[in-house]
Write a protein of this length. Structure first.
Length: 176
């Protein structure tokens, strides 16, 4: 049964009943060659990441590594990670992707390559990108998160994606 005050089947004033997440258009800021996400945190599903940023074979190859990292992290308790770097820009062939994840509640049994910053080369070979430990916030313990939020060349703020890790979505995407 629909709530009393509806219009075209949508409840008026019910802000939490319906959710529509849209990855924003990329913007080109002065001094940058590629389009970037506007500054701030933009939430997206894995499907939305794929639909917006996987448009050639190279990006698909990187995304498969990203999905593998998502699967490993979710299996051991990680609920969200943050995605940035050239993968979420208009750069046609990014070298990799940059991501960080919050270790709160994550089992120590997760792949050691995801815990240890000194194993970045091995991590990049397996997962095809940088997947670093760092919660959202300010301060030294959040340095990887802060790195994602700023352009490497100019230091200007840029946007990142917050991706909620849902096991069903990950399994559906890795099966296809």
């Amino acid at each position: 049964m629909l709530p009393r005050s509806t219009r075209n089947g949508i409840a008026l004033g019910a802000t939490q009943r319906y959710c529509c997440v849209v990855v924003p258009s990329l913007v080109i800021l002065p001094g940058l060659l590629e389009g970037i996400l506007s500054p701030g945190m933009h939430f997206a599903s894995l499907r939305e990441v794929q639909e917006n940023f996987v448009y050639n074979e190279h990006r698909a190859w990187l995304f498969q590594g990203f999905l593998l990292a998502c699967l490993e992290l979710r299996r051991f308790g990680c609920g969200r990670l943050y995605l940035g770097g050239s993968f979420v820009t208009s750069k046609e062939f990014p070298g990799d992707y940059d991501a960080c994840w919050d270790p709160a509640g994550v089992s120590a049994e997760v792949d050691p390559l995801l815990w240890d910053d000194t194993l970045r080369f091995e991590q990049n070979r397996k997962y095809r990108g940088d997947v670093l430990v760092s919660a959202a916030g300010d301060g030294a313990e959040h340095r990887h998160f802060q790195f994602l939020c700023h352009d490497k060349a100019t230091g200007a703020p840029k946007g990142i994606l917050g991706v909620k890790l849902r096991m069903v979505e990950i399994l559906n995407m890795t099966a296809s």
